[in-house]
Ligand binder design. Sequence first.
Ligand code: GTR
Length: 304
Amino acid sequence: MAVNRELRVADTHPADYPTVQALNHMGRLLTERSQGRLGLKVLHSRLMGEEAETIEHTRIGALDMARVNLAPLNGLVPETIVPSLPFLFRSAEHLHNFLDGPVGAELAKALERRGFIALAYYDSGARSFYNARHAIRRPADLKGLRIRVQQSPVAEAMVQALGATPAPLPYGQVAVGLKTGLIDGAENNWPSYQDARHFEAAQFYSLTEHSMAPDVLLMSKKVWDGLTPADQDLIREAARESVGTMRTLWAAREQAARDSMTAAGINVNTVDKAAFAEAMRPLYERFTADPRLKDLLRRIQAVP
Ligand code: GTR
């Protein structure tokens, strides 16, 4: 169907990544239901630049939407710090209950105050450390390693708490950084580790599962405010429906990536998780000094 107005949405992931597929699904729904008045142009594979740029472009309205992780928003929207804290979510169920409930809606309000309409939260699994040197079993094994982290003060502090040196590089530079030895390792979920080809140089994947910061689909509030309420409803509804698709795709993709990486001979090991949680605990005090954030933390923890 020919589309009248194509909203441009940026995603750094490649065409077959679950987030991109979920956006394609959302675009189809939107076009069908608006009878061709609205659609999505999904600009994947970093076509619109790295995550930090797509966030800024969305904020100022130069881009309509961006699918990003919460961590690179930490500097801009303080409330996003809380769900980016390590060892916060007890399970995917705890995370979903938070995102789908009133506390998730409150986070969306905080994003709105900073110029973003949060249309949907997408799964991003659990992030673990991987590196080119040796298996990481306890925090001391990270000592002295240079580890790439997302561009967020929380992510930097996490690695510092373990005695490693954080390197906040954009996602697109990680594979080369690993290959050239600029960095020793990084941390991410299984699908990113595989699709961004980090496994080629970093062959030790250690199951710290320290962070479950979700992804989010942001729309520019500037663009949003120029739409009719009826079109806003259509967009919200299509985004809401893409979440179920995303969760199904994610669960399958996460397992498939883990299986294929294991079959390819990657060294996978379990860790002493309690020791990692303990080493990172001081981040809670440091990053939730603001009483509003402390309160948000308590309420996320209290979600069943
Ligand atoms: C991925 C996430 C991306 C990006 C990336 C990174 O898991 O989906 O949005 O934040 O990690 O490490 O930069």
